[in-house]
Design a protein around this ligand. Sequence first.
Ligand code: ZN
Length: 206
Amino acid sequence: MASTAAIPTETASPVSPAQAKLFVVDATLPFGAARLAETAAYSLRHYGSASSRLTPTMIVLHFTAGATWTSARDTFAQDVPNLGELPGTCSHYVIDRDGTIYSLVPVTIRCRHTIGLNDQAIGIEMVQPAGPSGGWADQQILARPAQVDAALALVRQLQATYGIPTSSVIGHAMANADPHFHDLLGWRNDHVDWQSADVAQFRARL
Ligand SMILES: [Zn+2]
């Protein structure tokens, strides 16, 4: 309802897209002491430091290869072994095709979404079924304004908050070649989501 003390709109400060408050739905996964301990043990094996704490310096883009945000969340909630190791896979955010952003894990906690970068990177999943190729799926997202605009807004905000350069916003398919990639057991990613040519298009819109 109208307020008698309303400030005339002409006096309102302009808000840039990076400053605008994002609407993020809290869909936090169960991430208790056991999963935190599994994450620290994974970090020790793969990165040499027994910590579950994340200080984000990178962002990795993904797509879910599924049709719904709930199927992705259900997968990440299970905490079952992947490649024979715990904790289960997860992602910090999932963005639905309608642009709704769901927060699954606080960005101060390491989440297992990209081999070689889980001790450095925030993971953002976008709902998109798999298709003929990874590049094809990337392009479906880039052509879906509600979803890609939400992803751009979220990435801009995370870049501003954590001082993450655009060169450190990468796709999962680029991870093995990234200069920050490291894995003490020699593991490598075999995923095709968000290839460099498609990430270049995404970066150009940041
Ligand atoms: Zn991925």
